[in-house]
Design a protein around this ligand. Structure first.
Ligand code: 9Z3
Length: 316
């Protein structure tokens, strides 16, 4: 299977419709926080899709609920970062992730009857304790303009937005942190190989041929943000491959850290793989039961490493 060079990939695939607007938002956000000497983290989150038709009825998806990215974004705000949250549309988002499905409505009371619909909506007293701290953090982040939400759906959208974000982050040099938690498809159907309309079952079972997506970590690390602190995630289902594949990725792309995880255990165990060491970060059963999220120690460790990296660069 051959793969396009990354430059050919961009030449062959159009950017998403709202790309220019998003590029402008990214530019303004980075310039504003660069001026006030903030650190900025780009958190990518959720899975990318691979459409099977231009008028997309069907697509192949990569697994990710967006828990890792959305919870990490909150912890990065706590650590003082400005956060670009680049996420799959409709995957979990910081703050609202705490109230999915009916949970939010169940926290509210409405006064009135069927004949006289209520106009007064109140948060139930026992829900105030749950809602208030999260709402407060959300308001502070929004009012101080410390979080920017950008969304993608397909792997092509993701690639365009990723490069645009990197171009805007590059001037921050060491103060930029990339935390690439999105589950990005390795395979896709090139635009010129994709049917325009819905594939018809009457024509028999289709043979779908996928091609390799070029590895964007290569230009990202060496060209787009050469001074940034880049952290990628490695998702495997076979424990025997996990560390070897993570080390292979570090050796190949020369970034700073791979956080390795196994699909089934990702919520309570990850392995930090650096060029010189590898060690586990995990939650005990008691910690997990008490509601501690693994993203809290992950983000604390990553931001400590990022600070050391900034200090080392300043000391040079
Ligand atoms: C991860 O490994 C994430 O930790 C998860 C998080 C997707 C498992 P959830 O959103 O899950 O909390 O449900 N993300 C990276 C996976 C990935 O696609 N990595 C690529 C690679 O390994 C590109 S850096 O090659």
């Amino acid at each position: 299977m051959s793969s396009l060079h990354w430059e050919e990939f961009y030449a062959a695939h159009l950017p998403p419709a709202d790309f220019e607007d998003n590029r402008q938002l990214l530019k303004e956000f980075c310039e504003r926080h660069s001026k006030i000497h903030n650190k900025i983290v780009l958190v990518t989150s959720g899975g990318t899709t691979v459409p099977l038709e231009h008028n997309t009825v069907r697509f192949v998806d990569n697994f990710s609920a967006g828990t890792r990215g959305s919870s990490s974004a909150e912890y990065f705000l706590d650590q003082g970062y400005a956060v670009i949250f680049m996420h799959r549309q409709k995957s979990l988002e910081p703050f609202t992730r705490h109230f999915t499905g009916q949970q939010f409505f169940d926290m509210l009371d409405i006064s009135g009857t069927d004949n006289d619909p209520g106009t007064q909506i109140n948060v139930k007293p026992d829900s105030v304790d749950v809602l208030a701290p999260i709402l407060l953090k959300y308001k502070v982040a929004q009012e101080s303009q410390r979080i920017l939400f950008i969304n993608f759906t397909s792997v092509v959208d993701y690639m365009w937005l990723l490069r645009a974000a990197c171009e805007c982050l590059a001037p921050l040099e060491q103060r930029a942190l990339l935390y690439l938690a999105a589950a990005v498809s390795d395979f896709y159907i090139p635009q010129d190989k994709m049917p325009t309309h819905k594939i018809q079952s009457g024509q028999g079972a289709p043979t779908i041929s996928l091609q390799l997506v070029p590895k964007m970590l290569a230009p990202l690390v060496s060209l787009w943000v050469p001074h940034a602190f880049v952290v990628s995630f490695k998702l495997e289902t076979d424990e025997n491959l996990l560390i070897a594949k993570s080390r292979e990725s570090l050796n190949k792309y020369k970034h700073k850290l791979v956080i390795a995880n196994i699909l089934q255990t990702r919520k309570y165990r990850v392995v930090f793989v650096t060029p010189t060491t590898s060690y586990e970060v995990h939650l005990t059963r008691e910690q997990a039961l008490s509601g501690l999220e693994i993203e809290e120690p992950i983000v604390a460790d990553v931001s400590r490493k990022h600070d050391e990296y900034i200090s080392a660069a300043q000391g040079q």
